[in-house]
Design a protein around this ligand. Structure first.
Ligand code: FAD
Ligand code: DHB
Length: 392
């Protein structure tokens, strides 16, 4: 069979790319190795930047988000017994955030009804240095397919097959000496906007998914086992780290919990011949600052424009510029995620060559948090980056 664009991965990157291409009459086949149900339930990000929200509206996927998404105008930063609010609209010329879970973005995009093969196996790409690259896979019924494409988009996340199919990549990475333990709890959020808390016991964050469901995170050692974290132990740590005079953290039944390692990773270039990488397949950021999903969306906006230009207008300029165009934003997000992560987490003493540096680092963090909450220039820098830059 034949299609114009073969897409690997039904995460936000692959699904939104497919939808944007379809709006320009470019057909595609998307393959995903998990089930539809799994893709729609996998708990991940929850914060959409202003530009992501605008894009989803523009491409006709914004209706439910506009009804059910929660509009936020900033965040709280908590440290040394203080809690401060940063007001993003006044710091950024009107930009806001929307809390709308990645699972919901994925559901809305799948519901658009474009051709998707779920539960495939043996996904592979070949002939990427020709104008007819081939995407091969075995479908859920065991039938083998060979799809001849004009281009292939590797949107298959960090553990996918696309990146290993690229002949020469330069990789930059950092592993952080901690992970995030995240929970979903059936209890109304105890806060109107997200709380990022620096504490001597480690970082904690209060986010949400809906008026009935809270999403909370605590920093843990990267090799912690989730089985060692009873619900009571998790709530105890959340209470200690988020606690603030005159404020109550309400507890409720935990319906899901998991531990995510924290790393930063960038592979360059994001294109080889007719294979283009987008989203987590090309780069990972630590979650502090909520950039991962938004970055994936920015990549595929650039990629959709480039592929429409290539396949509809016959011009390769945008495709040739794809990697460079994306990487400027990727590195800016990598910087911001590093900055938020470094400012808010407790670095274990073992991560310093001289143990005395742990205390030094903590003082620097508090000094930086004081700047961000007292200097408008420092606050604006954080807010501009958090609320996100306009999409290309
Ligand atoms: P993905 O969503 O990973 O989608 C890739 C898809 O490709 C998957 O559906 C996968 O099953 C499929 N796939 C993989 N291999 C193959 C194959 N061989 N054949 C076919 N299909 C394949 N970001 C935040 O901002 N905040 C968070 O709290 C947050 N939490 C996270 C928690 C976890 C556990 C992870 C892994 C990420 C988290 N992120 C978070 C990051 C954010 O969710 C990602 O940046 C976002 O999902 C990127 O979208 P994507 O479409 O590029 O990749
Ligand atoms: C969420 C995740 C983040 O990484 C973040 O910085 C803010 C919110 C969330 O899952 O809601």
């Amino acid at each position: 069979t034949r299609t114009q664009v073969g897409i690997i991965g039904a995460g936000p990157a692959g699904l939104l790319l497919q939808h944007m291409l379809a709006r320009h009459g470019v057909d595609s086949v998307l393959v995903e190795n998990r089930s539809r149900e799994y893709c729609e339930k996998r708990q991940r990000a929850g914060v959409l930047e202003h530009g992501t929200v605008e894009l989803l509206k523009e491409i006709g996927l914004g209706d439910r988000m506009m009804r059910e998404g929660l509009l936020h105008s900033g965040i709280y930063l908590q440290f040394a017994g203080e809690r401060h609010h940063l007001d993003f609209p006044s710091l950024t010329g009107g930009r806001t955030l929307t809390v709308y879970a990645q699972t919901e973005v994925v559901k809305d995009a799948i519901a658009a009804g474009h051709p998707i093969f779920f539960e495939v196996s043996d996904t592979a790409v070949r002939d990427i240095d020709t104008e007819r690259p081939v995407l091969s896979f075995t479908d859920a019924d065991g039938v083998a397919h060979e799809v001849e494409c004009d281009a292939i988009a590797g949107c298959d996340g960090f553990h996918g097959v696309s990146r290993p199919s690229m002949p020469s990549l330069r990789v930059s990475e950092r592993t952080y000496p901690f992970g995030w333990l995240g929970i979903l709890a059936t209890v109304p959020p105890s806060t109107d906007e997200l709380i990022y808390a620096h504490s001597p016991h480690g970082f904690a964050m209060h986010s949400m998914r809906s008026p009935e469901v809270s999403r909370l995170y605590i920093q843990v050692d990267p090799d912690e086992k989730i089985d060692d974290w009873s619900d009571a132990r998790i709530w105890e740590q959340l209470q200690i780290r988020l606690g603030h005079p005159g404020w109550t953290l309400n507890e409720g039944p935990i319906t899901e919990k998991g531990i995510t390692p924290m790393r930063s990773f960038v592979a360059e270039p994001m294109r080889s011949g007719r294979l283009f990488l987008a989203g987590d397949a090309a780069h990972i950021v630590p979650p502090t600052g909520a950039k991962g999903l938004n970055l994936a969306v920015a990549d595929v906006k650039v990629l959709a424009d480039a592929l429409v230009r290539l396949l509809v207008e016959g011009k390769s300029d945008l495709a040739d510029a794809y990697s460079e165009t994306c990487l400027t934003r990727v590195w800016r997000s990598t910087w911001f995620s590093w900055y938020m992560t470094s400012m808010l987490h407790r670095f274990p003493v073992s991560s310093f060559s001289d143990p005395a540096e742990a205390d030094f680092q903590e003082h620097l963090q508090i000094a930086q948090l004081r700047q961000v909450t007292s200097s408008e220039a420092a606050a604006r820098n954080l807010a501009e980056n958090y609320a996100g830059w306009p999409l290309p």
